[in-house]
Write a protein that binds this ligand. Structure first.
Ligand code: GBH
Length: 508
């Protein structure tokens, strides 16, 4: 880990050149303003926007295979074959970003567009060309590229070898990362290894997302284990071989929905902590804690359940001492995705013959009926949960530098999205309080997403975009919503404007 003063300067150096001149007047009028060094951006991911799934040498990914074989499992039976056709719209999309006035753009790189078979002996030159074009166009427009190496679209050929459950995947991911750093290291300075391992391990290897039909309580833990090993290996390589020449920084994006005890009872408080450890600590503890390795509650719960279930060893794999060391401290900053809050109650464990992650965690999770709804069943508007999440991270992981890599809301289609403006405004006020009242060290915020896109198992039915995408038009026309105008004002002034939101949502 870098010395933090040095890191501060570094982050400021990387992000500040793109920050717009901010108006002193705002400060004098005592608006809610972020610092001049705070960066605003937007996020997307390759499979959700690019399309061109089999064009110019791109290999098949697990999401290509899964949505083609099982269209019935996707809510609207669609897939990402075309998505927003961003593969063909580099100039147009960067123009949207530039109109928003954002300082950075978080996008992800499709592994199988770079390495069609997942392996580094066959590099697809068109894949390198495509991302180079995107990165160059961003830089020309003074928008800092923030690249995610893995946002869930694993090459199918690697899945055929077991994907994230096969320990060899860590070596292949290291090879892939080397190709990315060799090709883009001179122009990309902010890297994220993974997006939301909780999602792709739990929902992917333990649930219904691609690759689909796996076994919770086994494969999800194997996936997490190998992802953590892979992350540690890539960070160490970056630190030793690329940091000096590229002057870059590297982190990983984890998602933390806030877990609030349903009552003040001791059991429910404990349930909240257990849920935080299983859903966030699973990945955060090995990387960001002083001690490293899995959280104690997770270790002991899975070990004990495995024993009771008659297994000769724990279903949660064990790290070697060297692995613990390589993974501990393998970050320059934390990428954080935060959307919503849940209530926790102690579960009533019946020892199941069929093990699962939920059974191991043994917490009942719900949401309050009077929390405002979005267009996603799992997402209700609870701005204060954002502030609590940031404070919990501060308290548990020694106040790391944080880049908010996603925050956003899905709503019905429509350009006059006042509810989205209110959502962003309320969450930004909560973030402002976390920084200026509580001392959390957050250096940037990305809204999810730049535009409507392929929302995984929900198809195109859930829309998170600042720009509306017209899926009926042949050009997939992008039109700014009210929230795009609001966010432009935020990004350009660094302050929350007072002529957009109607402050429906309370932050405390
Ligand atoms: C993020 O995940 C992803 O990084 C991004 O790609 C995605 O587009 C964005 O959120 C918006 O969803 O339907 O009840 O089974 C957020 C965490 C975890 C939220 C899985 C949805 C499925 C809940 N996601 N979860 S459910």
């Amino acid at each position: 880990m870098l010395n933090s003063i040095y890191l501060n300067c570094f982050i400021y150096f990387i992000l500040v050149f793109s920050v717009q001149a901010r108006d002193l007047k705002n400060v004098l009028e005592s608006k809610t303003c972020f610092s001049n060094y705070f960066a605003f951006g937007v996020a997307t991911a390759s499979y959700q926007i690019e399309g061109a799934w089999n064009v110019s040498g791109k290999g098949e990914s697990i999401w290509d295979r899964y949505t083609h074989e099982h269209p019935e499992r996707v809510f609207d039976h669609h897939n990402g074959d075309v998505a927003d056709a961003s593969y063909y719209k580099v100039k147009e999309d960067v123009r949207l970003l530039s109109q928003l006035g954002v300082g950075f753009y978080r996008f992800s790189i499709s592994w199988s567009r770079i390495l069609p078979d997942g392996l580094s002996n066959n590099v697809n030159e068109d894949g390198i060309r495509y991302y180079k074009e995107l990165i160059d166009e961003l830089r020309k427009n003074k928008i800092t590229p923030v690249a995610t190496m893995y946002h869930w679209d694993l090459p199918q050929s690697l899945q055929d070898l077991g994907g994230w459950t096969n320990p060899i995947i860590a070596d292949y991911f290291l090879d892939y990362a080397r190709v990315l750093l060799d090709n883009f290291g001179d122009t990309v300075q902010v890297w994220l290894t993974f997006n939301e391992p909780l999602s792709f391990c739990s929902d992917g290897y333990g649930g219904d997302d691609a690759p689909g039909g796996r076994s919770s309580g086994f494969e999800d833990y194997m996936c997490g284990h190998n992802m953590l090993r892979a992350h540690g290996m890539v960070y160490r390589m970056f630190d030793q071989k690329y940091r000096n020449t590229t002057k870059g920084i590297m982190g990983v994006t984890l998602n933390l929905p806030w877990m609030e005890p349903a009552t003040t009872s001791q059991e429910d408080q404990k349930a909240a902590d257990t849920a935080r450890q299983f859903m966030f600590g699973w990945f955060a503890h090995p990387i960001f804690s002083q001690d490293g390795d899995y959280p104690a509650v997770m270790r002991s719960a899975v070990d004990a359940n495995s024993k009771r279930q008659g297994f000769p060893r724990s279903r949660l794999p064990k790290f070697t001492a060297e692995e613990v060391k390589a993974i501990r401290g393998s970050y320059d900053f934390m990428g954080l995705n935060h959307y919503t809050t849940y209530l926790t109650k102690q579960g009533s464990r019946k020892i199941k013959t069929k093990p699962s992650f939920d059974d191991d965690m043994n917490v009942r999770i719900s949401q309050k009926d009077d929390w405002p709804k979005s267009n996603s069943t799992w997402l209700r508007v609870v701005p204060w949960g954002f502030r609590k999440s940031l404070n919990w991270i501060k308290a548990n992981y020694n106040n790391p530098q944080i880049l908010v890599t996603e925050n956003g809301v899905s709503l019905e289609p429509g350009l006059h999205d006042t509810k989205r403006v209110n959502y962003i405004d309320a969450y930004l006020r909560a973030l402002h309080a976390a920084i200026f009242k509580d001392g959390c060290r957050v250096f940037g915020y990305a809204y999810w997403s730049l535009m409507d896109n392929f929302e995984w198992m929900r198809g195109f039915s859930e829309r998170f975009g600042l720009y509306e995408v017209d899926y009926k038009s042949p050009n997939l026309t992008r039109t700014p919503r009210l929230s795009a105008k609001y966010f432009t004002s935020v990004a350009k002034t660094g302050c929350l404007p007072d002529d957009f939101a109607d402050y429906t949502y309370k932050t405390d």
